[in-house]
Ligand binder design. Structure first.
Ligand SMILES: NC(=O)c1ccc[n+]([C@@H]2O[C@H](COP(=O)([O-])OP(=O)(O)OC[C@H]3O[C@@H](n4cnc5c(N)ncnc54)[C@H](OP(=O)(O)O)[C@@H]3O)[C@@H](O)[C@H]2O)c1
Length: 329
C-alpha cells in the first residue's frame, strides 16, 4: 500500500473474474473510493471479503451497461474508469447481435459517454488479444504486436463472434475518444488465469477446466499465450497511473502455441488426462517471450505462467469444478 489515493474510480463488471482482481488491486493500493458496477441482481458479496475493503471505500452500483442512466450514476464523481463489463462465454450464441455485439459496442459507448460527461481523467478499456487475432493477413514469421487488428470479415465468415464483439467495441471506443478528446488507453489480456474469486466459472477458467478434462479444442483463433490475472489487474492500474501511457497494450506472459501450454499444464498436473496436441495449434504463430514490451517498459513484471496455472487449478479444485472422475485412472 502506498498511502491513500483520493481519486474516485469506477470499475464496470466489478464482480467478474478480472473485475474482482482490479477492485482488489485498487483497494490494496489505497484507493479510497471505488464504484463497482455489477449486472442487476448478480452476487457481489465476494467483493466485501477482499483485503483492504472497509465500510466506506467500496460502493456497489447495479447497472446494465446498456442502461445509460444507470451507468451514468456509477461514473458520476469519478476521475478514472476501468471498463471490463462485456459478455464472454465459450458457448456459441443463438443471437450474436443481441447477446454479444450490441452489449459490447453500445455498452462501451454508454460508458465512454458517461466518462466524457463527468470529465473523467482517463478510461482504461479492457479489450483483448481477441481484438488482435485472428488476423490471417499478418505477415508470416512476424511476432504479433499491438498494430495487429482482428480481421472482421474472417470472423464473420467463421462465426467468431466474441472476437468480433471485442474488435467492434474497441474500434468504436477509439473513434469516440478521437472525436471527443477523451483520454483512453486499452489493455489486451491473453488467457487470464489464477485464483477465481467469483462465484461462477468465467470463460478463461472454463478453457483450463476443459483442457484438464481432456478437451481436444486447439483454441486456434483465441490464443496467443497466458497471463496471471493479478498481472492483468496491476497492469490496468499502472496504465491509469502512468500519464505517458497511450494506445494499445498487449498483456501476455509470452506468445507461444496452445500445444505448448497444454504440455506445460500436463507436466504440472500429470494426474489429469490432458490431450497432447501434435504439431502447431496456431499455424504459423511466431513465439516471443517478451511480447508485452509496452507494459514491461512501463515497469510491469510478469508472474511465471506456471504460478498462474497452479493457482488456477487449485482454485478450480477447491470450488468443485474438477471432480475425481476427471482424473486419469
Ligand atoms: N478472462 C480472460 O482471459 C480475458 C482475456 C481478455 C480479455 N478479457 C476481457 O476482460 C473482461 C472481463 O472478463 P472476465 O474474464 O472477468 O469475465 P467475467 O467474469 O464473465 O466478467 C465479465 C463481467 O461483465 C458483466 N457483464 C456482461 N454483460 C453485461 C451487461 N450487459 N451489463 C452489465 N454487466 C455485464 C458480467 O456480468 P454477469 O455476471 O451478469 O455475466 C461479468 O461480471 C471482459 O471485457 C473480457 O472480454 C478477459
Amino acid at each position: 500500500m502506498t498511502g491513500p489515493k483520493k481519486e474516485a474510480v469506477c470499475v464496470t463488471g466489478a464482480n467478474g473474474f478480472i473485475g474482482t482482481w482490479v477492485v482488489r488491486t485498487l483497494l490494496e493500493k489505497g484507493y479510497t473510493t471505488v464504484h463497482a458496477t455489477i449486472f442487476p441482481g448478480t452476487d457481489a458479496s465476494h467483493l466485501f471479503t477482499l483485503p483492504g475493503v472497509t465500510d466506506s471505500n467500496l460502493k456497489i452500483y447495479e447497472a446494465d451497461i446498456l442502461n445509460p442512466e444507470a451507468i451514468s450514476r456509477a461514473i458520476d464523481g469519478c476521475q478514472g474508469v476501468f471498463h471490463l463489463a462485456s459478455p464472454n462465454t465459450l458457448d456459441d450464441p443463438k443471437d450474436p447481435e443481441k447477446e454479444l455485439l450490441i452489449p459490447a459496442v453500445q455498452g462501451t459507448l454508454n460508458v465512454l459517454e458517461a466518462a466524457k460527461k463527468y470529465n473523467v481523467r482517463r478510461v482504461v478499456l479492457t479489450s483483448s488479444i481477441s481484438a488482435i487475432v485472428p488476423n490471417p493477413n499478418w505477415p508470416k514469421g512476424k511476432v504479433f504486436d499491438e498494430t495487429s487488428w482482428t480481421d472482421l470479415d474472417f470472423c464473420q465468415a467463421n462465426k467468431i463472434w466474441y472476437s468480433m464483439s471485442k474488435t467492434l467495441a474497441e474500434k468504436a471506443a477509439w473513434e469516440f475518444a478521437e472525436k471527443s478528446g477523451l483520454d483512453l488507453v486499452s489493455i489486451h489480456p491473453a488467457t487470464s488465469l489464477g485464483p477465481f474469486p467469483q462465484p461462477y466459472l468465467n470463460a478463461s477458467g472454463a478453457v483450463l477446466q476443459r483442457l484438464l478434462k481432456g478437451s481436444k479444442d486447439t483454441q486456434e483463433h483465441y490464443w496467443l499465450g497466458a497471463v496471471h490475472v493479478q498481472d492483468v489487474a496491476k497492469a490496468q492500474v499502472l496504465l491509469f497511473e502512468s500519464p505517458a501511457a497511450s494506445g494499445r497494450h498487449l498483456c501476455t506472459n509470452g506468445i507461444y502455441q496452445f500445444a505448448e501450454f497444454a504440455e506445460k499444464v500436463s507436466k504440472l498436473f500429470p494426474e489429469f488426462p490432458i490431450h497432447r496436441f501434435n504439431g502447431e495449434t496456431q499455424p504459423g504463430l511466431k513465439a516471443c517471450p517478451d511480447a508485452a514490451k509496452r507494459l514491461i517498459d512501463l515497469g510491469l513484471v510478469f508472474t511465471p505462467v506456471e504460478v498462474a496455472v497452479r493457482e488456477a487449478v487449485e482454485s478450480l479444485k477447491a470450488q468443485g469444478y474438477l471432480g475425481q472422475q476427471n482424473l486419469k485412472s
